[in-house]
Design a protein around this ligand. Sequence first.
Ligand code: 3PY
Ligand code: MG
Length: 253
Amino acid sequence: MRPNKLHELHAAKVTALSGWVGFSSPYVAEILGHSGFDAVVLDLQHGPFYLDGAVPMLQAISATSAVPIARCSGNNFAEINKLLDAGAYGIICPMIETADDARKFVSACRYPPLGTRSYGPTRGILYGGGDYFEHANTTIITYGMIETPQAMANLDEICAVPGLDGVLIGPSDLSLALGVGPIPNHQAEPLKGAIEKIYAAAGKNGKMTAIFCAQPNFAVDMKKMGFDLIAPGNDAGQLKTYASQLVDMIKKA
Ligand code: 3PY
Ligand code: MG
């Protein structure tokens, strides 16, 4: 099976960077895949597309060296199975709140005897290779998102769930959970302490650490902290930021 570069970067203690696709566009997925990112995430939670839209984007990512990852819209067995069958090499599950949520999520991603994933890797076997079944359970990465008050209360139990490879912090929802607005300020409490707490709990349990950071200085600080995977914003934010800077720079010239 084609290896998962994110496992290799983690073993080498190198921070991986991921693009994040909200546009319903294979072309955008392909552009991000050719931009130097180690992975590209398709966002089925907040992006305006469903499974039919995700498949051509996974095909587009195949033409690049980026690892195809999908954030599912929820902890849904059928959707997770379809995304994996379509060739996703990792699933990010939003709003994991309890150890039971995490176990249910992991089970959907793993073939028996480790889990309950159903066999039928229609496109996964094309992208991954003929020995897909033998290696899928150890190649595919499971990230549970920590972003609610319940998740913070159950943090240690969630991080201890076997088969959960990593935790991914959603700083906007986490900030809302902590009683501050959705624009994260990682340099101030309460978010600063919450990130440190999640990072420590993940490390104690041997889990990978991942975080979405819309602001560049946020991403740089998280890299310095040692996060395994950082998504420095999404396609829409990157386009808006660059376009605004360009207009500003030329107008001032
Ligand atoms: C959050 O910040 O809540 C996220 O889910 C990132 O996309
Ligand atoms: Mg969120």
